[in-house]
Write a protein that binds this ligand. Sequence first.
Ligand code: DPP
Ligand code: ZN
Length: 840
Amino acid sequence: RPVRLAEYTPFPFVVEHVELWFTLAGAETRVRSRIRFAPNPAAEPAREIFLHGKALALQWARIDGADVQPETTPKGLTCPVPSGPFTWEAEVQIDPTTNTSLDGLYTSGGMYCTQCEAEGFRKITYYPDRPDVMAPFRVHIDSDMPVKLSNGNPLGDGTWDDPWPKPAYLFALVAGDLRAFSSDFTTLSGRHVDLNIWVRPGDEPRAEYAMDALIRSMKWDEETYGREYDLDVFNIVAVDDFNMGAMENKGLNIFNSKYVLASPDTATDSDYDLIEGIIAHEYFHNWTGNRITCRDWFQLCLKEGLTVFRDQQFSSDMRGAAVKRITEVMQLRARQFREDQGPLAHPVRPEEYIEINNFYTATVYEKGAEVIHMLKHLVGDDGYSKALDLYFDRHDGDAATIEDWLKVFEDATGRDLTQFSRWYSQAGTPRLSLTERFNDGTLTLDFKQETRPTPGQPTKLPQVIPIAVGLIGPNGDEVLPTTVLEMSEAEQSFEFTGLSARPVASVLRGFSAPVVLDRPLDNATRAFLLAHDTDPFNRWEAGRVLGKEVLTRMITEGAAPAPDLLTGLHRLVADASLEPAYRALMLGLPSEDDLAQTLFDSGHVPDPAAIHAARERLLDAMAAEMEPTLARLYDEMETPAPYSPDAEAAGKRALRSACLALLSRRDGCARAQALFAAADNMTEEMAALATLVRHDQGAEAVQAFYDKWRHDRLVMDKWFMLQVVHARHEIMAETAAALTAHPDFDWKNPNRFRSVLGGMQANPAGFHRADGAAYRLYADWLIKLDPVNPQTTARMSTAFETWARYDADRQAMMREQLERIAALEGLSENTGEMVGRILG
Ligand code: DPP
Ligand code: ZN
């Protein structure tokens, strides 16, 4: 039975204080609790209490010191209670050593750690495990582990006190043989904060970059949002077995070690970039998520959309706005548009769920951030600042809602956001179509918006769409700088008058709204924008759209690669006035998955092998057209030793790697062989290895890489993934199958599992091979993982969400696998819900 937003009721009690005693004793771990409850004045009075609890062996329970015998079920317990305040005490036994779900308290590589979001705390003790119940916690840890950590400030001897009321999902505990990489920070108002990143002995030097990112995040949040840290210590722990990227537990963030540990020889530029962004994200949650949390899980985007938006602003300040925006949009299209256009489409604020863990989605996170991006466009920078100040002022300490969030914008700016709020309730990506007219010095843009039906939402209402537009004159000069048009009707026209010649409009600059723009333009006009658009995002976008159109014609009409595209890209790549990172992005083509969706949208049945082949032909043509330039850039973009992860150096390496990939189509992989032998950093070592594998020249390098790195888990994840992603599509399934039989394929570790299975998804022509071999292999592994780790299984099932795009044979084969999974006895609710929704 689903949980519904409409059925929200407040909890009848408030929790005044929680005290927990942990005795960490392997399979016989004990948790004793003492919880002070009082009636909630904002709720109907209740004579009994319901506490969540899952897989707990209750030893005893008392209310106000007297033994009670609550009624227990697999989901929790119910117990009669006095009419006034009362103290609940209980002791449970749990077994973290066999907890492979990585949810609740579990062990990883000999250490104890927790993951409580969304509903893991109920596997630790009986408690009202819902985000609107907030309380201060004191925690005592009894264990022979040398390091014992929990939330808040240390009182010594394994005791921790967190004065800030928090929901149970922010609880954390860690105990293990750990070492700290330490530093400190003094806040604006003079609070001294000890900073520690806890890692396994020997890994300390690999935490240096994460610490640097943390300090920059703390400073940035003070300068940009006026938000200071509020405890005496901030701890981060790196854990090898983790379902998510990281978790923002109050004062004790827990991270997947992949997003903490980095050294030049083991981490790529993209790893450094991710570490910086995720450290910032979790830190920023301290205000947007922890101090102000969510009333219920339907409001997840309240904290996630906003925190993603904040970490994007931070990364943009650290690494350059244009490149950052382009990569955000690429991600959004790859994950969120794909979700929004398929059977899993759901609103940014969903209205029902069976398993909330299935809603940590690109829609809640990335589209949630885009909605804030639009809000900021609509109310301006000042309006946004005022609204955020009001939000922190008004809601500090609250478990808030999207209504609260929108209200601060209305109160701070005087704007009515009633229609805007549809962005939170309507699923689906709006399609914006544009036609243009020019008459007597007036340019008219006629827009239409349409959102197709999504599951449970057959009809859609018009949304408010901020459309940033600029006009470029025939000589390439900007005749109108960026202005934001506000579209709110289904069809709406905008006029620009007094123009002496017909300009070219640059539309949806900076990707001002998460929509699909459908604008018929000839190649020459697109090439003009590619050469002259003054908005760097749209300049890149012009190349992207042109690339998509050229590829579509190559696939559907057998056309040749268009010279407009080749010469346009060549000119840009050679333009030394543009940042290398930007030029590297220009060399990227639309992904195979993106092309499949585009073909489907225009009424074609996508053929994954044909898409792959067309893309290969276009890449060959690019390499042929640009060879001398690429060869020159390959040499010029070499970065001096020692390696530095900064954005400028990373940008050069990105351009160099892009050149390498194209040049290998001309030079028989000579450069890749040389680079693989000489590289002193993981970025280039991986770039070279990927190129070799792609050209079937990787066997020796793959073995050499293995011999060199087999001791390093994080590097081995890359080794597994790379071989699958870059395998020839004809043999991808066999490659993946062989890797899953490798002795180092520790499939219970989510990172390792994702390296092979995620790699399969990233090789669409291989995944959709006509004989269905990859579908079967993939489903076999989901079936194997589900009883062990339902959360990761459910998330990985999205590989099949695009089944409806394909031909009848592929559809039938994918559905057969989905039905095979759905029919399993004992299938988890997590996977059951996902598979059910995907099947429709
Ligand atoms: N740890 C996840 C995140 O930070 C869930 N809160 O987004
Ligand atoms: Zn988050």
